[in-house]
Design a protein around this ligand. Sequence first.
Ligand code: GLV
Ligand code: MN
Ligand code: MN
Length: 426
Amino acid sequence: MNRRYFGLTSLLMTSKKNMKINQSRLLQNIDRYAQIGKKGAIGVERISLSEEDRIARDLLKQQMYEAGLEVYIDKMGNMIGIRKGKKDAKPVAFGSHLDSVYSGGRYDGALGVLAALEIIHTLNDHGIVTDKPLALVNFTNEEGVRFAPDMMGSHVYAHPEMLQEIYASRAYDYYDLTVEKGLENIGYKGEMEPGAIKFDSFLEIHIEQGPVLESENRDIGIVEMVQGIYWSRYVIEGQANHAGTTPISYRKDAGYAASQVVQFVGDYSRKPHNHVLATVGSLAFEPNTINIVPNKATFTLDLRSTEYDTLKGAQKEIDSFIKGLVKSQGLQFTKEEMVRFAPVHFPVEMTNAVQNAAVKSQLTYKRMPSGAGHDAQMMASVCPSTMIFIPSVNGISHNVEEYSKDQDVANGAQVLFDAVLGRAVC
Ligand code: GLV
Ligand code: MN
Ligand code: MN
């Protein structure tokens, strides 16, 4: 081979090997989406199937077309942008969600989708066509705060037979609004069957949403598993009565009983040997009036554990406490099981791929579990999956103050880029 030609080729090969994502483009894009449903100085409130969700989806669709992707919307509203490869193979998929919790942050979910878009832009910049096709994914309703369950879009993607049941799920605050109607309202009830595009693998970058990486001074979290999640809604019913005339022994006070449950759950979770995180995150009394003994208390329970038996055991213990409590006070209760997701372990081939990508960029890393639920946890049942975490400043998330440093955002996107390339170029 001509020396000069060889020199040019090896230069090109080296530069391709060391392709870098464009940090400022990614950060600008994160900021652009953070204006949609902006809340507080840097936060976001973009509830799934809301007008803000529609606006963010429209922008993503436009950006996917501009980046040369083929765009598919499935019946669950999941958005998939395909970039063709040299081979007719299953696409390597990567993404997350654009919806947020109430009073949420700008990174939770959006980072995963926008880093995915940055991967496409970087490949376009360098004119690279991967061997396997690529799929950028925005899953519907990961947060599940208005319509349960959470991870709804990815759950249905992995279990298309669930579609009709999920369509019927109602907004907790508006009985007439189902998921199906919500999708129609925002114009995102698509044509494609969920799960129709089979993925080679799935990678999701996300903020850690906890304090571990920051406190241990690590750049990247390699997610080995996601803990199990149980969500339940309880209604305790008693009798409304006059606060001034009803002697204590005559009361059927649903509010008092519910507060005892809050105490029990909090105490249970604070005993380290129970190995469970338990939260009563919402509680409402009826009629919620100063001088009336509440006749009704509605509250939710969020239970998490890395151990499945521990999770099931905690649920049982809490339920039996509630059962005994209401019986002893002459009350009644009902329970709705909203979410039952077992812990999920990611395959070593995927976590090692992320580790190799982190090492390539000379980043420090920690192999760790995820405390939060994620779309990758659902995708794990249909294709090899894993996640990349970046540090969360002060471990704060599900909060408008949620923040991750620019350099950490760029590091994570670069690791995603290299991990995707490692999988898609064969
Ligand atoms: C999703 O954000 C969860 O609740 O873990
Ligand atoms: Mn998320
Ligand atoms: Mn979240």
